[in-house]
Design a protein around this ligand. Structure first.
Ligand SMILES: [Zn+2]
Length: 357
């Protein structure tokens, strides 16, 4: 089975559009088949209702959500398909050959169950002690139907009813060409730092309604002597001051908006600056570090697009840095879309793995 698992893991990318943009949605999007052991037993089909009820009464909560698995399957089919090991109970002499036998999941093996009570209960129902087995199942709901079919082939069958987490965000042709154009623009900007002490890292912030670039920032942390002056932070700061100036011009202070009855706070946070990049699109050459990724979260951007991964220090990708996945982290109260360029080489200069972009 290990070769099979390896093959699945080597092709982990769902959610790639136009062979060029990979939407990094969830950490789970990256996973391959991971197996967990199950405690199962074999029972005659005509006793399945009573036995399943007994199991449900005695297993409070599985260590893993097993809702994606079929609880019961025909044992002969499971063995024939190679999904479980063992002999069919049908073929043993003890039981009538005409009876259909089922395998039933009791719980995942790392769930604490009162095995003796369950065994005694099933034994009482059947009038004999059934065999218990260790079978294997996918720990998670797969992302695609194809994965579901493949993963079920060598393990306990999955019940595929779709996976809402895997629904792909659509990009129109004009959005795709806009994204490519803006990436080329930010890469061209980053070239200005080539051959200098500065990092070849740059950021654009774009108003998605007009396509206008509102901020263009090159990394200048060395020149400014401040290691925290990342270009993404600088770009956010520039938008913030532009927007504050505009609001002052219009005379729409926070107090006035409140007088107009406009409630602009989210989750009780009252800083005006939080909303200054609301739903804006951010283009950057390199996967942002956790500080920048968090600043994008705080300023409520709508979309981040970048080219190079920052495996040592990035704040976005499942395998980067501390696997923060800051754009989707369920503990944070804002989420933004992230697209990474996975098409042809666009000539972005690499930076040292340890550098925070
Ligand atoms: Zn940064």
């Amino acid at each position: 089975m290990s070769e099979f698992v390896h093959k699945l893991k080597s092709n982990p990318r769902n959610n790639v559009i136009d062979d060029s943009f990979w939407q990094i949605k969830y950490q789970d999007d990256h996973r391959g088949l991971e197996l967990i052991p199950l405690l199962t037993t074999t029972i005659p089909a005509n006793k399945s209702g009573v036995v399943v009820k007994l199991i449900k009464d005695h297993v409070d909560e599985d260590a893993h959500d097993l809702g994606h698995l079929r609880r019961i399957a025909k044992e002969a089919d499971l063995i024939k398909e190679g999904q479980v090991e063992g002999e069919t109970a049908d073929s043993t002499e003890k039981k009538p050959a005409s009876e259909v036998f089922l395998r039933v999941i009791i719980a995942s093996k790392d769930t604490e169950v009162d095995f003796e009570t369950i065994k005694a209960g099933i034994t009482a129902i059947l009038s004999y002690e059934p065999p218990f087995h260790t079978d294997y199942a996918s720990k998670y709901l797969p992302f695609t139907k194809q994965e579901s079919v493949e993963w079920s082939r060598n393990a306990w069958p999955i019940m595929w009813r779709g996976n809402t987490a895997a629904i792909q965000t659509k990009l129109s042709d004009s959005e795709l060409s806009e994204m490519k154009q803006k990436l080329n623009e930010v890469i061209a900007l980053s070239k200005a730092n080539s051959g200098t002490k500065e990092l070849p890292v740059a950021t654009l912030i774009v108003d998605p309604k007009t396509g206008e670039v509102l901020s263009r920032k090159l990394d200048t942390r060395h020149k400014q002597g401040n290691p925290l002056n990342h270009c993404t932070m600088e770009a956010i700061a520039e938008i913030a001051s532009q927007e504050l100036a505009r609001r002052q011009e219009r005379g729409t202070s926070k107090q006035e908006r409140e007088r107009e009855g406009k409630q602009e706070t989210i989750d009780g946070e009252e800083d005006d600056r939080l909303y200054l990049c609301l739903e804006m699109h951010v283009y950057t050459t390199h996967e942002p570090c956790p500080m920048c990724a968090m600043a994008l979260n705080h300023s409520r951007v709508g979309r981040l697009v970048y080219v190079e991964s920052s495996p040592g220090s990035g704040g976005i990708e499942p395998n980067s840095g501390g696997s923060h996945g800051i754009h989707w982290n369920p503990q944070l109260n804002w989420k933004y879309e992230v697209w990474k360029w996975v098409g042809d080489d666009l000539g972005v200069e690499k930076v040292d793995e340890s550098v925070n972009a």
